[in-house]
Design a protein around this ligand. Structure first.
Ligand code: FES
Length: 175
């Protein structure tokens, strides 16, 4: 019983003040959104725009600012695929996994991408050059399977075309 009380006391203790630049940025973003819990998605978007990803270290700060549990904030962050928890590679390759692309073989494309780049969806190649992410509809359904590299959209991407696109990125990086 005493142990239980101790644990509960510990979890209600005030968190340490933010010290890292990411934590300070998170606090500022929350304040700009009035520390409103229903603006959590906007807060994540803004933070990701600023930092390139949403560092785990910012979650306690956000939870505290919005008066929500860390688990709740973590749950929302990990539910949405568009949020990154780690810095992305030099190039971000988004592969569509929504219905039209699924029907045209995006599963095989994803398998190929993971195998050839030796990283999982959401991961980055060992050299930090390429991050692959899954997205759900790029608005290019008529030309599925679709991928997006940076701001450039590609349609009818099969594994061979995928390799050509990745090859051109690697060539570009080597020049
Ligand atoms: S379903 Fe893939 S682009 Fe729309």
């Amino acid at each position: 019983m005493a142990k239980k009380a101790e644990k509960s006391k510990g979890s209600s203790a005030l968190p340490a003040p933010p010290t890292s630049p990411a934590e300070v940025a998170a606090l500022a973003v929350c304040a700009r959104h009035g520390n409103k819990p229903d603006e959590l998605l906007e807060i994540f978007h803004e933070l990701q725009h600023q930092l390139g990803y949403v560092p785990d270290a910012t979650l306690p700060v956000i939870a505290n600012a919005l008066n929500r549990s860390r688990a709740e904030v973590y749950g929302v962050l990990t539910f949405y695929h568009e949020f990154r928890r780690h810095p992305s590679g030099k190039h971000v390759v988004k592969i569509c996994r929504a219905e039209a692309c699924q029907a045209m073989g995006t599963k095989a494309l994803c398998d190929h991408a993971e195998k050839s780049l030796r990283t999982k969806l959401g991961g980055t190649t060992a050299d930090g050059a390429i991050t692959i992410e899954q997205v759900f509809c790029l608005g290019n359904c008529a030309l599925s399977p679709a991928i997006m590299v940076g701001e450039k959209l590609y349609g009818k991407v099969d594994p061979q075309r995928f390799d050509e696109i990745i090859g051109s990125l690697e060539k570009e990086a080597a020049e």
